[in-house]
Write a protein that binds this ligand. Structure first.
Ligand SMILES: Nc1ncnc2c1ncn2[C@@H]1O[C@H](COP(=O)(O)OP(=O)(O)OP(=O)(O)O)[C@@H](O)[C@H]1O
Ligand SMILES: [Mg+2]
Length: 318
C-alpha cells in the first residue's frame, strides 16, 4: 500500500477509536459518520430518543478541528434562522450579511422533521450547493461542511416529513435501534463513570489531516467490475422482478453516493481499493432512502430496506 496513506489514516483511526470509547455499541453509526466526513456527504440519522444521536455529533465535533453549530428545529423556524440575514447599517446606508448557523464546518440539525418545508428546502439547498443565496449575493459555505440531521420516527404530530426528492440530498440514511442488554449496561457504567469525572481526553483530527485523508479517499481504487456492481444494484430498482415493488427508483445520485461511500469505507478499513463488501455493507444506507415503494408493497408491510436486501441477494457482486 502507498505509504502516503499513513499520516491521515493514523489520525482517522485514532478518531474512530476515540468515538468508539464514547459511543457504546454504535460502531455502525461511527463508521457512517466518518464515511460522510471523508466522502464530503451529509448524514440523516433516524432513531428513537435517547440513543446518543446528539452525543455522537458532539463527540465528533470535539474531536475534529473546525466550527460547530446545533440547530433545534421547531415549527416556527424561518429559513433565515439557518442561513442568515442581511442587516441594514443606517450610518453607511449599506446591508451587511450576518451568516446563520449553517456557516459552520459541522452542523447538527436536530429533529429536522419538525422544521417547516421552507426551512427544510433552504437547508437542503445549502447542503447540495455548498452556498447560500440571499438577494442577489451568494455566500460560500465553509469547507469541510457536514450536516448531520436527526429525526425521530415515533413522532408524527406537528412534523413535516422530508420530501422524497430532498431525502436524496443525504449521502447516507442511518437507522438506529435500541441497544441490547449488554450494551445498555455498558452505557450505564460509562455515563456514570463520566459523571464521576473520568472524561477521556479529546483527540483532535486537524483540518490539514482531514483534507489529506479526503484526498486519499478520492484516490481509492474502484475497479470497473465494482462500478458495474453498483450500477447493476441501482438498475435493479428500475427494471426487473424486484422493481415492481418500487414506485420511484433510485436516481444516478444513488450510484454516485454508493461509489463515494464505498471508497471512504475502504479507506477506513485501511485499504486503497474498494471491495464488494464495502458496496454491500453500505447499499441499504445509501439507497433505501432514495426510493419510494408502491402502495401495494407498503400495504404488504415491505420497507425500502427489505427491497435493497433482496436486490443484494439477487445481484451477483462480480
Ligand atoms: N450508546 C451510547 N453510548 C453512550 N452513551 C449513551 C448511549 N446511548 C445513550 N447514551 C446516553 O443517553 C443520553 C441521551 O443521549 P442523547 O441526548 O445524545 O440522545 P439523543 O439520541 O440525541 O436523544 P433525542 O432524540 O431525545 O435528542 C446521554 O446521556 C448519553 O450519554
Ligand atoms: Mg438529541
Amino acid at each position: 500500500m502507498d505509504t502516503t496513506l499513513d499520516i491521515p489514516q493514523t489520525g482517522v483511526t485514532a478518531l474512530s477509536t476515540h468515538l468508539a470509547q464514547g459511543l457504546v455499541g454504535h460502531d455502525q453509526l461511527i463508521e457512517r459518520l466518518l464515511v460522510a466526513l471523508l466522502a464530503g456527504g451529509h448524514l440523516l440519522v433516524e432513531g428513537p430518543p435517547g440513543l446518543a444521536k446528539t452525543r455522537a455529533v458532539k463527540w465528533l465535533s470535539d474531536a475534529v478541528e473546525g466550527s460547530f453549530a446545533r440547530i433545534q428545529c421547531t415549527p416556527d423556524l424561518m429559513p433565515s434562522d439557518l442561513t442568515g440575514t442581511p442587516v441594514y447599517h443606517p450610518q453607511s446606508g449599506e446591508f451587511e450579511y450576518v451568516p446563520g448557523p449553517v456557516f459552520n464546518n459541522l452542523v447538527l440539525v436536530d429533529e429536522i422533521n419538525r422544521a417547516p418545508p421552507k426551512v427544510q428546502s433552504a437547508l437542503l439547498e445549502a447542503m447540495a450547493e455548498h452556498q447560500v443565496t440571499a438577494g442577489n449575493e451568494t455566500h460560500a459555505l465553509p469547507d469541510p461542511f457536514l450536516v448531520v440531521a436527526t429525526q425521530n420516527p415515533i413522532e408524527h404530530d406537528g412534523t413535516f416529513p422530508l420530501p422524497e426528492a430532498q431525502l436524496d440530498r443525504f449521502l447516507l440514511h442511518v437507522m438506529l435501534e435500541l441497544p441490547g442488554i449488554e450494551t445498555e449496561r455498558q452505557i450505564l457504567d460509562l455515563v456514570e463513570a463520566e459523571a464521576l469525572g473520568g472524561v477521556s481526553p479529546v483527540r483532535s483530527l486537524s483540518q490539514t489531516d482531514l483534507a489529506l485523508a479526503r484526498a486519499q479517499v478520492q484516490q481509492v481504487h474502484l475497479a470497473p467490475e465494482l462500478r458495474d456492481y453498483i450500477v447493476r444494484l441501482v438498475i435493479a430498482t428500475r427494471e426487473g422482478p424486484l422493481a415492481q415493488d418500487i414506485e420511484h427508483a433510485v436516481s444516478p445520485r444513488g450510484s454516485l453516493s454508493l461509489a463515494a461511500a464505498s471508497k471512504a469505507r475502504a479507506f477506513l478499513q485501511g485499504r486503497d481499493f474498494a471491495m464488494p463488501e464495502d458496496v454491500a455493507e453500505l447499499a441499504g444506507d445509501a439507497l433505501a432512502h432514495r426510493m419510494v415503494l408502491s402502495w401495494r408493497a407498503v400495504a404488504d408491510g415491505r420497507r425500502a430496506r427489505d427491497v435493497v436486501a433482496d436486490i443484494l441477494n439477487a445481484v451477483e457482486p462480480l
